[in-house]
Ligand binder design. Structure first.
Ligand code: SF4
Ligand code: MG
Length: 334
């Protein structure tokens, strides 16, 4: 079966001005050679600290950011070739939910209008049935129909995120890109919103690209995950395998930094040693080497090749490079 979404060798370079009055032009490699696939009905996680490129990857899926190289295929179709009309259709089928729904809700219009307008624009509702469909969308996320008459400020953070999800769902998408959808919420509310998303996914057969800095949250929601560091995927595989037996030292650090969310306790997220380097001047060799407890001399000079480890797993780290796997001596028999 063809994957719903295929991202192949995706790269994005931004050009930024630096130095005295912006006299120097510098390249910022937000994404480098990022590849992953999402199958129908699957939740795929992208995890990493802020600045790792995960949001840029999410936006590139909807072409809210134009990639510099590589491909995004939706049901086999290269979205770079979509004309304006097709792109509008694609932006109905692929919806994005942001961390802060308040920022994407106009404070001066009611929730009812905020939901109705995109439905009318995309032709998923008519003037005659739009009210009923808005009520349905609200009910599906556990909000009463009367929420329609209210304004964004009248809701709590968790309720606003439900509204953000309702607005995405109202357009009957097949894929939702959720960029840190629960990060701004209290731990107890996080669990509720995650449960809601899980439920919707099951009922509607939706696929998700779930972007988060928290491996623990990703573990609850996703089956497979890509770990990103400074614009690159450094490890990828089934989320339980990555969690139980991480191969990349950065994945290990992330795991230690992300406690499994407990709805009853508020856990402070531990910080990984050292600061993330700037994507503007990433460290030579393996970008993680200044923070890596297992760094070797070659890590400073050479970026590790991507290695397929079998079982859907892959990693880019010299600890797992082919040369490191010394063939075992044949056992003496008899
Ligand atoms: Fe650490 Fe070297 Fe692996 Fe990078 S390549 S994660 S520095 S061991
Ligand atoms: Mg982000």
């Amino acid at each position: 079966m063809m994957p719903l979404l295929q991202v192949k060798g995706l790269s994005k370079t931004f050009y930024v001005r630096q130095g005295f009055m912006g006299s120097q032009k510098a390249e910022l490699h937000a994404l480098r050679d990022v590849s992953f696939e999402v199958t129908e009905g699957e939740s795929f996680g992208i995890v990493g600290e802020s600045g790792c490129g995960k949001s840029t990857a999410g936006r590139a899926i909807l072409r809210l950011v134009e990639p510099s190289a590589g491909e995004v295929r939706y049901q086999g179709e290269d979205i770079a070739k979509a004309d304006r009309r097709r792109l509008r259709e694609l932006r109905r089928e692929i919806q994005i939910v942001f961390q802060d729904p308040y920022a994407s809700l106009n404070p001066r219009i009611t929730i009812g209008r905020a939901l109705a307008e995109p439905m009318l624009l995309h032709g998923v509702a008519t003037r005659a049935d739009v009210k009923e469909k808005v009520a349905q969308a609200l009910m599906e996320v556990g909000l009463p129909a009367q929420a329609m008459q209210k304004y964004p400020h009248e809701f709590s953070g968790g309720q606003r995120q439900r509204i953000g999800i309702a607005r995405a769902l109202a357009l009957a998408p097949r894929l939702i890109v959720a960029d840190e959808p629960v990060s701004a919420l209290d731990v107890s509310i996080q669990a509720q919103v995650l449960l809601l998303m899980e439920d919707l996914q099951r009922r509607r057969g939706l696929s998700f690209v779930f972007i988060s800095h928290d491996l623990g949250v990703v573990r609850h929601f996703c089956r497979r995950v890509a770990v990103m560091y400074l614009g690159r995927v450094v490890e990828q595989g089934p989320v339980d395998a990555l969690f139980d037996e991480p191969l990349h030292p950065y994945t290990k650090a992330l795991r230690q930094a992300s406690p499994v969310p407990d709805p009853k306790t508020k856990i402070t997220v531990a910080k990984i040693e050292g600061d993330v380097a700037s994507a503007l001047s990433p460290p030579s060799g393996c970008h993680f080497h200044p923070r890596c407890p297992q760094a070797m001399p070659e890590c400073r000079t050479r970026y590790p090749e991507w290695r397929d480890m079998g079982g859907g797993r892959g990693v880019a780290c010299h600890l797992h490079s082919v040369e490191k796997i010394v063939p075992r001596k044949a056992e003496h028999v008899g």
